[in-house]
Design a binder for this molecule. Structure first.
Ligand code: SF4
Length: 348
């Protein structure tokens, strides 16, 4: 009887290899990719010119294609909020709740396999690879707290762990699993070569923006200024785009496009946000996050935005301030000089 495994597919090399190892043992594998809203790839690469050489592909789909497996992309944006906002096991170096995140994803995968009649779950975890969720002490925590228990098999480090049900039952041959551990990527790269995989994604640092320091600073700032830990999907998308500045003592934040692609992306939010654009010169679009600006605040915001346009050295620049969904109001102002904008105003 062919046994079936659900593989958590992030789009990185480890999950690709884990699934491949199972396929080599005759297991029928299907992939699950959870969409949290914080994923690094795809979205920002597609917007920014600077990333134009990076493939504009969804790496999870690409991995599934390499493996020839079905991929189920599951939107968990709403349910995942509680993981980010109230992680029982706390955060890692930044706002990354990796251990709670892993537990949550494996729990969801466990529900999924029960519903779909699959036999077990596999992940590409490697013992000691990540400081929070992939430590010797935390791997069992994921099994226990997710409820998956010994239906969770990690083919890349299984030999360092007690045998799971699929191994004990002989569905998979433990001898043909691996004992990878530590932060070195060499064993994975060698295994990839053995399987003939050349062009795989190598996410630096982590699989999502929550491991990114700059991103976490912006998310924390958002929570601090709202007075509560809360976000919606637009908030977390916008934190990935533009230059974010919060002038000291002001109730607003500016999100200034850094290039054309970002201007186009931010334009889609003009109905929801106040905005500023430069009229007399070429320049970026800026969204304003905060309560409606009074005239003095509009002038300050305009002077900052003008500094990022082609009129930055002109004595005066004309901009248009637009209340959310309203009519444009012209503003003429001198651009701020770089030294007038303190570093502390920059969130990233
Ligand atoms: S890096 Fe992000 S997606 Fe990956 S385990 Fe940590 S919180 Fe979850």
């Amino acid at each position: 009887m062919t046994r079936k495994a659900a593989a958590l597919i992030s789009g990185g090399l480890d999950s690709l290899l884990a699934a491949k190892v199972m396929q080599e043992q005759g297991i029928l594998v299907e992939g699950i990719n959870f969409f949290t809203g914080f994923c690094v790839e795809g979205h920002t690469h597609a917007i920014r010119k600077k990333d134009k050489d990076k493939p504009k592909r969804n790496n999870a789909l690409w991995v599934a294609e390499q493996l020839g497996i079905k991929l189920h992309i599951i939107d968990i944006v709403e349910e995942y909020k509680d993981v980010v906002i109230n992680p029982k096991h706390g955060y890692g170096a930044h706002l990354n709740p990796c251990l709670d995140c892993k537990i949550f994803m494996v729990r969801k995968a466990h529900e999924w396999i029960r519903e779909k009649g699959f036999d077990f779950i596999i992940t590409g975890e490697v013992m000691g690879q990540r400081p929070m969720s992939q430590r010797k002490e935390t791997l069992p925590v994921v099994q226990q707290e997710s409820g998956a228990e010994d239906l969770l098999l990690r083919p890349l480090c299984a030999k360092n762990l007690p045998p799971t049900l699929p191994e004990r039952e002989g569905w998979v041959d433990r001898e043909r699993l691996y004992d990878f551990s530590g932060r070195s990527r060499k064993p994975q790269i060698a295994l990839a070569r053995q399987f003939g995989f050349e062009d795989y994604a190598q996410p630096a640092g982590g699989c999502c923006f929550l491991t990114d320091e700059n991103y976490s600073v912006k998310l924390q700032d958002l929570w601090n200024n709202r007075g509560e830990k809360h976000y919606d999907i637009d908030d977390i998308m916008l934190l990935k785009v533009g230059r974010h500045l919060r002038p000291e003592g002001q109730p607003f934040k500016l999100i200034i496009a850094r290039e054309e692609g970002e201007t186009r992306f931010l334009s889609g939010y003009k109905g929801q946000f106040q905005s500023l654009r430069t009229v007399s010169h070429g320049g970026p679009l800026a969204l304003i996050d905060g309560p409606p600006l009074n005239e003095e605040q509009q002038r300050l915001a305009a002077a900052i935005v003008a500094r990022y346009g082609q009129g930055k050295t002109a004595p005066e620049v004309e901009l248009a301030y637009r209340p959310a969904g309203g009519e444009e109001i012209p503003i003429r102002t001198a651009p701020m000089a770089p030294h007038e904008i303190p570093q502390s105003w920059y969130l990233a």
